[in-house]
Design a protein. Sequence first.
Length: 353
Amino acid sequence: MSDLKLQHLEKIYDNKVQAVYDFDLDVKHGELIVLVGPSGCGKSTTLRMVAGLEDISRGKLLIDGRDVTRMPPKDRDIAMVFQNYALYGHMTVYENMAFSLMLRKENKNEIHQKVLAAAEILDLTSQLNKKPGQLSGGQRQRVAMGRAIVRKPKVFLFDEPLSNLDAKLRSATRREILLLHKRLDATMLYVTHDQTEALTLADRIVCMSMGHVQQIGTPLELYDDPANIFVATFIGLPPMNLFEVRVENGKAYNNEICVDLTAEEKEKLAGYEGRDVIMGVRPEDIAEGGKIMVDVISNENLGQNTLVNGSAGGHKITCKFRRWCSYKTGDSVNVTFRKKHFFDKDTTAAIKG
């Protein structure tokens, strides 16, 4: 049975502005689903509908087979972790983690055991008598997660929980969330605008834009087989390079670029002979050596990799080479495209063949 079913959820505000359109998703027990997309795409609104903090305009929400569409938040058996921690500053870490259980009037001994168990999981045992103001941002976020853990909810909801942390802490806390997910075998719905979080955390990703679901799949599926140009350019860093090309006689070309199509690509593009399409190439799928000349604009060394930004004819292009390079502005480098993606120019959908 799915722990969580979002059946054609929609959110329409009183001013007739629609924030979410036909959101449909089945979340299996123990899955970590990440909703990702730019600001204003509807991902947080969707999470808040699941939490009961926003009314559902249309559709149905089921948790563990129970229809909770019109239920208040307290009856949904969910726990939410916010980006601003939402801790009580006058309470100790112990009291913050125990607070929801105390409201339920649970047995004091059981509360104590649950708090100690959660503190051990999150390495907070030595911090239990401190106030939130005495903790680092990463520790405060762990307290917020601990407060959710002690409740043992059916579903955990995370609303951009790492956005207030610096880069080093974000990386460390991502690892903690992954370990926590595996240890608890918990069902989690996680919202972020950071595609790195999505790719590293998710069992499946839901990529959204302007209130619409663009694609649902594993991180590799969205990276390797994007459904459209939006997903192709949003997932992956640096973004995919795009070129408008004509398909003709086994080649894809424009005034500055010409590439030979593989047998598989010819078959896929058979219906586009003599037509213009959009060709996409990820920076990491560009290799040195080949017939395409890139005029170097900048050279960014990243240790084992180098980002080379330049132009191929009149087209901007970013290459990610798997070595330390020392190209200078004005240099030229010949490259080849190891893997290419093709999209319909009008619909922007991926051409599947």
